[in-house]
Ligand binder design. Structure first.
Ligand SMILES: [Zn+2]
Length: 240
């Protein structure tokens, strides 16, 4: 079935996603904080059945233990980061399928930001939960993986259907857009997207999800076709 996707702003600029499937049963992705997730779930009378993690960073997993205990549910995350993520019930690898609450998610390994980073693709919703791999008009920093790995991960995302909705885990769009415009000063698609994002943020609305189609026109990291130039671009952004 096609889940209803809830976006919960947590911490300073993170998003936790809750996928509501059959009868309110829900999958929680990247709970980096407990309170806003817990209160959202009770407000919408959802029944959590599973926690998923994209990677091991605290702003994605800090709520694991408490939510696992509160709802008595398992946690699944990247097999390659099982050492770093406490409380994981089982590990996920490329090609695995998560099927819970009538919601089917395909597991993709998307290393680069971290060595074992995974993403979840829900074909029914045309939705990709890519954690800190790809951001709107930007991408994750190298914090364990290599530029080549991140480049390959983005190339893979690039080849997905253009109507894929990108649910990235941070609200970094405005800052990313300013860098994107610095890289491509004559790109009017970036100008238009920046204007749209400024309006959304002024109204305190998330700038995501964003269509892959839009990212293909506005994201310099996704548009770069050469691995070495991609690495330079990543370095340039770190210094920006
Ligand atoms: Zn991270």
């Amino acid at each position: 079935m096609t889940p209803l996707i809830h976006i919960i702003p947590i911490l300073r600029d993170n998003y936790c996603f809750v996928l509501e499937g059959e009868q309110g049963k829900s999958i929680i992705i990247d709970p980096g904080e407990v309170l806003p997730v817990k209160s959202y779930i009770s407000q919408y009378a959802l029944t959590p059945v599973l926690i998923l993690n994209t990677h091991h960073h605290p702003d994605h997993v800090a709520g694991n233990a408490e939510l696992k205990a509160k709802y008595d549910i398992p946690i699944m995350g990247p097999k390659k980061e099982m050492q770093q993520i406490l409380h994981l019930s089982s590990g996920l690898s490329e090609g695995d399928t998560v099927y819970q609450a009538g919601v089917k998610l395909a597991v993709m390994e998307t290393p680069g930001h971290t060595k074992g980073h995974i993403s979840f693709y829900c074909e029914a919703a045309s939705a990709l939960f890519c954690g800190d791999t790809l951001f709107s008009m930007g991408c994750g920093r190298l914090m364990g993986g290599t530029a080549d790995e991140l480049f390959e991960s983005l190339q893979r995302i690039k080849s997905m259907p253009t109507d894929t909705k990108i649910f990235c885990a941070h609200e970094y769009t405005l800052d990313n857009g300013i860098f994107a415009l610095h890289v491509e000063p004559t790109n009017t698609d970036i100008v238009n997207r920046l204007n749209e994002v400024r309006k959304l943020r002024t109204n305190n609305l998330p700038s995501i999800p964003v269509l892959l189609e839009s990212e293909l026109k506005t994201n310099p990291f996704l548009r770069e076709t050469n691995a070495d130039r991609f690495a330079q671009l990543r370095f340039q952004k770190d210094k920006f």
